[in-house]
Design a binder for this molecule. Sequence first.
Ligand code: CO8
Length: 261
Amino acid sequence: QPKYEYIVVSRPEPSVVLVTLNRPKALNALSSPLFEELNEALEQADRDDSVGAMVLTGSEKAFAAGADIKEMKDKQFADAYKNKFLEDWGNLSRLRKPLIAAVSGFALGGGCELALMCDIILASPTAKFGQPEINLAVTPGGGGSQRLVHAIGKSRTMEMVLTGRMVSAQEASDWGMVSRVVGEGEAEVVKEAVKMAKGISEKSQIAVQACKEVVNAAHELNLAEGLRFERRIFHGLFATNDQKEGMAAFAEKRKPNFTHS
Ligand code: CO8
């Protein structure tokens, strides 16, 4: 009996957890139970010392076509407000370890926002990103309006959010929304993401988490505070064994042997 109904969790490499959204009939629409499973699987991977990075993907046709509209359509304000509707969808942005999105097909609404919550987005040429909430007479609700402005600027965000137009993988890449377009389809983009995750797992895990923390601070702090934060974290790493090992290995022209301590 598999533990999860709406996702599949696997270990393509000993140090990499791959989470595949698995509601094919609904194009991976993000229902509350799906998100509960996703949070649980990723939080478990985040706590597991043998895991260095995680990859999140969907299917060839859809990374995720958004929040589940059928689940949402009859919601009332009082219920949404009191029960913090969709608030724990953001848990994923609090993970310590890197999470790479491998996106093929539709990444719409909450699906696009889910990709934006990941640390790195790799897109297959079939990927299509969009914030079509305007067509449902709502705004983005999972951070899209804020994270997109940081990623692609105001004018492009306004265009996406006000028109609902889908943006191709190439366009998303030209705009800096994704880091690269790779391969020809889902299998290849996942393979590339897993390879990247494995490479990251081989670094000092303390330094990886610290790098993620300082980059994320750029979204939240002003420049002076961000620079001070970065410098403090940088200074702090001189207290780690991995910094001593990394720099000694460079000087001795050998490969470092990190102990993540
Ligand atoms: N919710 C529920 N069901 C969906 C969704 C969805 N978002 N998207 C697709 N489905 C279902 C369809 O209803 C259909 O089910 P059935 O076979 O029972 O009729 C099945 O998936 C297949 O879909 P289509 O037949 O429509 O497939 P097409 O290939 O014709 O079209 C599209 C694909 C263009 C992706 C189309 O399905 C579509 O427009 N989907 C809706 C996209 C959308 O509007 N997404 C935004 C939703 S609102 C939102 O995400 C708010 C975010 C809130 C915060 C999130 C926090 C992270």
